[in-house]
Every structure is written in C-alpha cells, then in structure tokens.
Design a protein around this ligand. Sequence first.
Ligand code: ADP
Length: 242
Amino acid sequence: MTGASLVVTDLHVEFSGFVAVGGVSFDAHPGEVRFLIGPNGAGKTTCIDAITGLTRGTGSARLGETELLGKQVHKIVRLGVGRTFQTASVFDELTVLQNLDIAAGLHRSSVSLLRARRGVDPSIEQALEETGLAGELATPAGILSHGQKQWLEIAMLLVQDAKVLLLDEPVAGMSHDERTATGDLLQRIAVKRIVLVVEHDMDFMRRFATRVTVLHQGKVLSQGTVAEVQADPKVQEVYLGT
Ligand code: ADP
C-alpha cells in the first residue's frame, strides 16, 4: 500500500437539529474500491459533502496527517480530494479536451499550462487513456453517452491529480456494459488512489467492492468485505432483503 489513507472518525452532521450523520467512522486506503451503501436518506451523500467541505461536519476526516473538516472547499480540492456528483457536471458545449483543459487549468499555474500548450498536456493524455476517452478528444461533451460523461468527470479529477476520488452513484442510469467498463476503470485508477463510491446498485457493489460500509439512518450498520456485509443479518433485515 502506498500513499495516505482517508480515515473518517465519529463524523456528525446536523441540519437544524436533524441528525443526518450520527457518528460515522470508516477508512479507505489506496488500492481499494471502497463502497458506502445504504438506503435513500441513510447519510451517504452527506458524508461525502462533509469530507469535501460542502457541509459542516464535526468529528474527524483525515487524509494522512491532514484534517479535512473545517477547511474550505478549494483547499480540500488542492489537497487532492475530488468528487463527482450524481448528475455529471461537465460543460456540454465544450469538447472533451476543452473540459479537461479547464480542469487542468484549475489545478496548475498558468506558466506550466502555457508550456503544455505545445501539445496535449501529458496528464490529460494519460487521463484520456485511463478513462478510454482518447478517441473523443474533439467530441462536444453534450453528445457523449451518459457513461462517457461520467468518465469525463473522472478524467477531470485525474488531471487535477486527485489522490482521493469520491464518486456519487457513478453508474446510475448506465447500461450493463457501461457499468462493467466503469467498474474496470475504478479498479485501474484505485491502484494508486483512494476510490470511495456511494452507491445503491447492489450488483455493481458485489462485483467491484473491496470493502463496504453500510449506512442506515445516519449510522454504520455494518462494514467489511462484500461477503461479510451480505451475511450480516442486520443488513439483510434493513437493506438487502435477501
Ligand atoms: P443518502 O445520500 O444516503 O441518500 P443524504 O446524505 O442525501 O442520504 O441525506 C441524509 C438525510 O439528511 C436525509 O434525511 C436528507 O433528507 C437529509 N438532508 C440532506 N441534506 C440536507 C440539507 N441540506 N438540509 C436538511 N436535510 C438534509
């Protein structure tokens, strides 16, 4: 295992007195495709929002030695924590390359970008290769398939050198083949990074998760390997129904 781990300890998030996340702890290491699952309203997205600074949380979320809670969103991004949203947030009227240029520009100084102008930036080339979008450089993002848009979002995180990728329901609305391609992609990028997937697609979770944390009503119901959480009677009762 190389690189820092993400360690979330006793995370609490309240909205006007309503406890959305009530003391959640889990960790994720580079090399893992880590899943956070649970029924609607369990607190999954709120956990990611707190880790990325969009929502105020208490407790701790450390990347290596660095505490993320309490930091501003852009500082957390600079630390290498990137996220996607359920609806892909790409610029539809711009090409794949232009979208990646913008993502790279947010990350780099203008000087290094100018140097890179001579050709396609090597980090962009690599992200295109990794996400299978190399043939779509000049395609306007708006006409990409739903799956390709999600991959472009992931590529945008890769060019920003994200060490942690927090992905909110990355396969929602995807075809079976796109799900498989996405799972393969996540396994590839997780080799050197932390990938944390919020998902309620159980089949996708079973196929690609290393470890799973099951949330229910803002608390951890169960965690472990896919086999362990599936065998947990508490999980079967409230969620899996199998
Ligand atoms: P999940 O991602 O597991 O479906 P969420 O994290 O989105 O669940 O939501 C957890 C709970 O917190 C839900 O009951 C939701 O209604 C509530 N919640 C989420 N965001 C807010 C907010 N901004 N204000 C008030 N309540 C919220």
